[in-house]
Design a protein around this ligand. Structure first.
Ligand code: MG
Ligand code: MG
Length: 255
């Protein structure tokens, strides 16, 4: 069942989303050559707790940290640790926060230092695909209109869309119905309604869309070890423009 949220529920989700956005603003200042993914994790955890929220990933399905930190060919679910960021890396950070029983979820891929132009293009196209998908998240559209917008933009740019991991409904749980694939024909799936809340999250690969999981049972990497990027926002379907909950500024930031 897809749950349409009440105004009261949406106000809790706005609070959770704002904490996630503010945490990313903190992280963005710290993503630099030489910092370890574990240090970024601690920074995010301390910040979320200082805002009266709870790091939502920690303990979720047994995940051991506050952020997922996925470098280069890692797609999602990288575990933070001692590894230090190097010049030319790209790092996908995914994180969630919970307040009053409601969740926010977002992801950003950051370039570290001087990154190749092809890696920058992958990051740019993935972020654009997210915003094109969000633009289709409107009442009376069908769910797969979002999927189609994301897939067409990624593929016409020469990249591929991960199939094994998808976006999701979100609210009083981190993962609710429906699944939100980043691929598929338009005009399929449930009709979108005001008050539905979705985490839309394209994962876009430079080479093959196929992925595998490392022996730590968490980290997902591309099968061909080429780069992958990931952007995500939690959004509400309204009577008009979709409302992005995990963004401090209403407008898309220029990169
Ligand atoms: Mg996420
Ligand atoms: Mg998510």
């Amino acid at each position: 069942m897809i749950i349409c949220k009440s105004e009261r529920e949406l106000s809790y989700m706005r609070d959770a989303g704002r904490v996630v956005a503010e945490t990313f603003a903190e992280l963005e200042r710290s993503v630099k050559v030489g910092i370890s993914t574990g240090e970024l994790d601690l920074l995010a955890e301390d910040f979320i707790i200082s805002k009266g929220a709870r790091p939502a990933f920690k303990g979720l399905y047994g995940f051991p940290a506050t952020i997922c930190a996925s470098l280069n060919e890692e797609v999602v679910h990288g575990i933070p640790g001692l590894r230090k960021l190097k010049d030319g890396d790209i790092i996908s950070i995914d994180l969630g926060a919970e307040i009053n029983g409601y969740y926010g979820d977002s992801a950003i891929t950051f370039p570290v230092g001087d990154v190749s132009s092809e890696a920058m293009r992958l990051i740019g196209v993935t972020e654009e695909a997210l915003y094109l998908g969000i633009d289709r998240a409107r009442a009376e559209n069908r769910l797969s209109d979002i999927s189609y917008a994301i897939q067409s933009h990624a593929e016409k740019s020469g990249f591929s869309v991960v199939r094994d991991y998808v976006g999701h409904g979100i609210g009083s749980s981190m993962h609710e119905e429906p699944q939100v694939p980043n691929f598929g024909k338009p005009g399929r799936g449930p009709r979108l309604k005001e008050g539905m809340t979705l985490a839309i999250e394209p994962m876009i690969n430079m080479g093959t869309y196929e992925v595998r999981t490392l022996s730590n049972n968490w980290t997902v990497v591309t099968l061909d070890n080429k780069l992958s990027a990931h952007f995500e926002h939690t959004v509400v379907i309204t009577g008009g423009e979709p409302e992005i909950l995990t963004q401090i500024n209403r407008r898309r930031p220029e990169r």
